[in-house]
Design a protein around this ligand. Sequence first.
Ligand SMILES: *Cc1c(COP(=O)(O)O)cnc(C)c1O
Length: 387
Amino acid sequence: MSDQTDLSPATVAVTAGRPPRTPDQPVNPSVELSSTYQASPMSGDGDRVYARWGNATWPAFEEVLGRLEGGQALLFSSGMAAIAATLSLVPAGGRVVAPRHAYSGTLGLLGDLAAAGRLEVEQVDVADTDAVLDAVRGTQGQAPAALLWVETPTNPMLEVADLPALVAGARAAGALVAADNTFATPLGLRPLEHGVDVVVHSVTKYLSGHSDVVLGATVAADAAVHARLARYRTMHGAIAGPFEAWLALRGLRTLALRVERAGANAAELARRLSEHPAVARVRHPSLPEDPGHARAAAQMRGFGAIVAIEVAGGADAAERLCAATQVWAHATSLGGVESSLERRRRQPAESRTVPESLVRLSVGIEDVEDLWRDLEQALAASSGPGA
Ligand SMILES: *Cc1c(COP(=O)(O)O)cnc(C)c1O
């Protein structure tokens, strides 16, 4: 018999979170649609009472993700709900150090909480380790930060943080560290192994992988932190519907195949785009000349499947590029089997320091030559004469 703890992540994604092997019983967990449960005897301590507190559909997904990340996972109604739960760990008035480029919703929520006086926010270049740790320690008279928020690679600028150095410095200063691992996935990076306290995911993206659900997750290293996040979920009602949870588990089964294929496609397209005259700059950590390449190679497995390009013709040419593709979907979001692209600054919430001409490409699992031909024709259509 194989030792279940020895299994590789690709195997865990397929085998974990299944019902016990009972003859004639299903191989897959079922979707359980019940808001309430038969009462257990007063003497008993049954763990299902009411479905907001816990139900039979979440634990299968949570077991798989927990095993992949190496901690205790909780499924939430969205990535933002998981982020809100994690920010609730910050004591009133506490200081949060966050990347200046990060998921726009994270920065938006931090801004709202700061405006309400709930916490303080300081934004830094997360790739500049000294600047991050100076901010975490605080200047004279300032208390150290309560929480360091890390995203690596960042959305949409693909900056790579030196995770081991940031965690060591933050821990020495007594700050909690949270990492949004949506871009890397646990197959590309395991932040808890580097000493991060809480990992958050937009399960909407790679973990589900088919652009058909909105869900989120936290994974905590420590049981007490996990319990606080679970209480937040119950009290704020930030819960996943059973059907979405079941779809997310179905998607998670193929994570290894999807991440491998999308990552290989992304690296190949990044290389070709970096030689294309209509593209002024390509950001992807797989490129040897990318500022994050050495760090990503040291701490990640693969380089992820999000690529950002700056279109030489500017914002208008970038919009024309997005409108001219036929295989690539012109849509926001990322992490689906289908390739998609978007000029990020068309979103009013995007950081002002993201270039106007930046197009974020979420590379999917289609044939790479089809993806390339479509990009080539769309680049020609957007930059050629009469465009
Ligand atoms: C999409 C996204 C989120 C937000 O997740 P939702 O599921 O949309 O709430 C958070 N972080 C990153 C990096 C994302 O891409």
